[in-house]
Ligand binder design. Structure first.
Ligand SMILES: Nc1ncnc2c1ncn2[C@@H]1O[C@H](COP(=O)(O)OP(=O)(O)OP(=O)(O)O)[C@@H](O)[C@H]1O
Ligand SMILES: [Mg+2]
Length: 293
């Protein structure tokens, strides 16, 4: 046991050492916080300028289609367009307007989520039915892309609680990415499992281009797109994944992304058991930050 002058000296040395160590830890924490704040600010500003470039493309392209082809139709009297051309132009206008509507809906969704005014329906839902409906809606896109889409549903999948329309939107956004970012000949699997707490986990795996850890962060930022600066080989607004994440969190669940560049991506949607779900106000549930001021 320490006592006397030696003990006092040792105590004061220990105190001094503890205070030096404490200062060093505080300085280190401040440096780390400053560094991550700088990285976040840089990311936000990069995403913002890419957003403006990309959004004007996403809005202008379909609008130009609508204006251009509807103008041709108004000149029908003079041009005497054959029926096949009229149908083709009307189809192009319809597709472009549909795309425009979905971009606008995404922007409205994200603003609603960010303002905390998003409400969910809360009923018992059959996740298998939702997954099957989602896969059916992607049949054409998947076959055109040359990508196979296979469901693997556990026989004991429990009923979940939530909003069927929003759950469909979550899976649609994630599966559309899986198909979009997987080259021809690749595959997408959608596995649904029971978690050991009675919830549902859906794993959407693809053999596509994959992402680095940094790129996953960009992908989860509203309007963030990987490789957005270069010639992008796929279109989109960069809202699908952040919207899916926010909607999962609104259900009391979470999204996990595991990805490896060049090998593929796995997105896990983890929904809690139907007995443990209660309505969660979005501003507590979501980690969104407003990027577009
Ligand atoms: N499965 C995936 N494999 C590789 N990259 C992906 C995958 N999912 C998302 N990403 C990357 O993350 C970005 C953001 O995805 P997100 O779904 O938010 O936007 P998007 O697909 O570009 O546009 P949209 O708003 O139409 O969904 C994508 O642009 C892509 O770069
Ligand atoms: Mg997407």
């Amino acid at each position: 046991m320490l006592n006397g002058a030696f003990g006092n000296k040792s105590n004061s040395l220990m105190n001094e050492y503890a205070s030096l160590l404490g200062d060093a830890v505080l300085r280190h924490r401040a440096r780390v916080a400053e560094h991550s704040a700088r990285i976040e600010a840089e990311l936000a500003s990069k995403v913002k300028s890419e957003f403006i470039a990309n959004m004007s493309h996403e809005l202008r392209t379909p609008l130009n289609t609508v204006i251009g082809f509807s103008k041709l139709l108004t000149e029908h009297e003079r041009r005497r367009l054959p029926d096949a051309d009229i149908i083709e132009y009307a189809t192009l206008i319809n597709d472009a307007a549909g795309h425009l509507l979905s971009v606008i809906n995404d922007i409205l969704d994200i603003s609603k989520i960010q303002s905390g005014k998003y409400t969910l329906d809360s009923r018992e839902v059959n996740v298998e039915e939702i997954i099957q409906a989602c896969i059916n809606s992607f049949r054409l896109m998947a076959s055109e892309a040359g990508v196979s889409v296979t469901p693997q549903i556990a026989y004991d999948l429990p009923v979940a609680r939530g909003d069927a329309v929003k759950l469909r939107q979550i899976f649609t956004n994630i599966v559309s990415n899986a198909i979009k970012f997987t080259p021809r000949g690749g595959s997408v699997t959608i596995e649904a499992l029971r978690t050991n707490t009675g919830g549902v986990t859906v794993l959407i795996r693809d053999t596509g281009v994959g992402m680095t850890a940094e790129e996953v962060k960009v992908a989860l930022t509203p309007f963030g797109q990987v490789d957005a600066g270069r010639a992008r080989w796929r279109e989109g607004t960069g809202l699908g994944l952040p919207i899916a994440k926010a909607l999962v969190e609104l259900h009391g669940g979470q999204i996990e992304i595991r990805s490896k560049k060049g090998e593929g991506t796995e997105v896990a949607v983890i929904l809690p058991s139907r007995n443990s779900v209660s309505a969660i106000p979005i501003n507590e549930a979501s980690s969104f930050q407003s990027i577009v001021a």
